[in-house]
Design a protein around this ligand. Sequence first.
Ligand code: SF4
Length: 472
Amino acid sequence: MSTDKYRDECGVVAIYGHPEAANLAYLGLQALQHRGQESAGIASGDGREVYCLKEMGYVADIFTPEALAKLPGHLAIGHTRYSTAGTTVLRNAQPFAVACNKGRIAVAHNGNITNAAELRQELERDGSIFQASSDTEVILHLVARSRERTLAGALREALLQLEGAFSLVFLAQDRILLARDPHGFRPLAMGQMELSGGQKSWAFASETCAFDLIGAAYMGEIEPGEMVTVGPEGLARERYCPERPRAQCVFEHVYFSRPDSIVFGRSVQESREMLGRLLAREHPVEADVVVPVPDSGVAAAIAYAAEAGIPFRHGLIRSHYIGRTFIEPSQAIRDFGVKLKLNPVRHLLEGKRVVLVDDSIVRGTTSRKIVRMMRNAGAREVHVRITCPPTRSPCFYGVDTPTKRELIAANNTVEEIRRFIEADSLGYLSLAGLREAVADDKHEYCYACYTGDYPTELVNIEALMTEKERRG
Ligand code: SF4
């Protein structure tokens, strides 16, 4: 992540067949905290009951030992959230847990259902009552309303009605069900742990960094269009819909995911290094130092520096704790803006020609502040290099990019953006370079925020735009 210009999306985790399921879900969520810092929740099951606890705030602050003691059982699901749909309130925090004709169930979701508004209207017309504004609750109602007798059957029926992006984890009294949308926008990985006595337990998570923490071995991805059930009978995989073209979010590799994760079966670190190397080849410049905008720019900047033969320096220091402050910042403090997060190292920048590597430019205002900050710290020249093409279109699949009106690249040329951010030069990685960096030779990624070419039909694009405008 660089400077939180994107509010992050969500992370999900699920554990089956472990006596400390909730504790492991908690550790998994800790590893996924970068995917959402607004709220977090865990639902657990012991074969008879479903227990659920969720709060606003950070994972570590919510799940004290006392809180975790209230989540018994050998199965658990967890969620860490930043709102990409629905407003910022506790009732939208996940998992959602209900009692219905399929028993007690809980659900957590990463992604964005693009036909949620239409489905919700239909459900409300038929008498469903919603407690929250999140699109995830729609899924729960579809499952509850289904005439199918089993939870798996009801979920299958519900999944076929959804459009957009979803990696879903469901918890019932004695089993866990998981599913990915047919295009596979959001990741969902499988892992396995061995208990003493040779017994196996299962782990699932948005990113494999969660597995490393809990000692689970990576067993591959849940495939797009696949549903997985793990219960007393063991683990079963099935395809619930016909095959569709894959559209894995390339931005997971550019920005969201941790470099120590495997996402969509590929090392994020490897992608980031390729981004930097290709960027150096496409946009070389004479300079004295290469400086990343931390954290997501770091791996790419190291590779840029190596490729260009220019020294790499940590010329910007990020404060990781500023979001955890208990004081409500006054307007005067808020005006410090990017200075709250980043501070330049004058000793490394003074008199230098700097290549500044970042993952993207959204509105341009943050980039301009960083460029000014570098100059104020003595940099002689600032050459901005971006590890992906210009962001020209909003995302409707779970990443909180702003509207087209606010995206600087939707309305300006690269030269106009360069002038706006006050850089000496500006270079974006090409689309071909981005595809090469993630080794996308089979056309399996989504690039819609760069191309405007959306992989799914957006039936009600006006409603989706209005929702984005409303949330600002
Ligand atoms: S539009 Fe961009 S951010 Fe959204 S899913 Fe596609 S690549 Fe990812």
